[in-house]
Design a protein around this ligand. Sequence first.
Ligand SMILES: [Cu+2]
Length: 433
Amino acid sequence: MIPPILEAKILKDGVKSYDLNVQEGKVEFLKGFKTNTYGINGDFLGPTLKVQKNDTIKINVNNSLREETVIHWHGLKIPGINDGGPNRAVVSNSSWNTQFTLNQRASLCWYHPHSHKTTGRQVYMGLAGLIMLEDQESLSLNLPVDYGVDDIPLVLQDRRFDSKAQFLYAQTMHDSMMGVTGDVHLINGVVDPYLEVKPTMIRLRLLNAANARIYSLVFSDNRFFYQIAGDSSLLPKPVKLKRLILSPGERAEILVDFSSLSGQNILLGDSLSNRALLNIKVMTSKPKILSLPQNLTVIDEYAQINSPKRREFTLDMNMMFMGINGKKMNLNRIDEKIVMGDTEIWKIKNSGMHAHPFHIHGCSFKILSRNGKNPYLNEAGLKDTVLIYSNETVELAVKFEHEASIDYPYMYHCHILEHEDAGMMGQFTVTKV
Ligand SMILES: [Cu+2]
């Protein structure tokens, strides 16, 4: 149930090279039935890339599908030309190579398709995988790092099936308004998953890779846990929680102390759908008590912001229209032009009824306020996706460190994939003056 780690080929110049083959597959999610799927180097989902800050990595994406695709490196702070977006297509039976150096904080990032108007369907078919990025600081904190043993990646998704056990991604009006959700929960592509852990402190690295479902994560005994990282960095200090909201595209890392549960079971569940997601079996062995670091990191990126340029974005959704600032995504229109190296303040307004997770490519941001108040404690780190509730205005400080030219612009968009595909997305360039 743990996604395999993809070993890199080390090239002569020390570059880590990864081969990702996007392919068709079949999976028995429902007993006795095979569901047609997509996967990367496998039938469903893709392998985990474990990388470190300052690594130079080369990724070879081969498309074995019978349709075009493209892969976006969600969370990686890299130039637009190295990223995959709707302005690029890897056609069937062709490949795309890209190489870049990782210069950012330790974080859980991920990869998924970002093809023009087909992102939702292709992710639903199974295209997504994790990128685990560590740095000196994250490795010096004595956090659990034994992959699949005490450091567990959990990719959260949901699916619905038709009468022939095939994914039902048909789009009704309701689907495009609400996003496609399903009644079958998957973790790491597995139905009714279970996990065996030792009675000690376990690190869970959570990704919401669902198309549209927002999770509210709780344990069955309502126990406390500690969030230690968000999308793009560690948090300054561990934040004690009983419930964690995670919207599509967002990541969170938590530490949970299972030392008192030797020989017992506990469930990780979603309090919004009132369903169990993961059955955790704690092994019978001598409990090992680990202490929690008091401090994790210092977020100093946005300590001083001098007369920043301000921009406003309104997320529009009603029965008649879905877009941003009154416009639908148009591949031939650049919506915003930004000067490389600038820090700006972006004010995002959601005047509609539906909550939208807002994601910006190629950068990370700090949430300054929610409706003029301080953001939540577990948002004190850097992020690249923020859930904006109905009638909420969120202010973000964003620094644009890499170039995104008119040929390979960045996107900002709602990460409910049906909203994105319906046009709740804009394009921006980042260029030297
Ligand atoms: Cu949305």
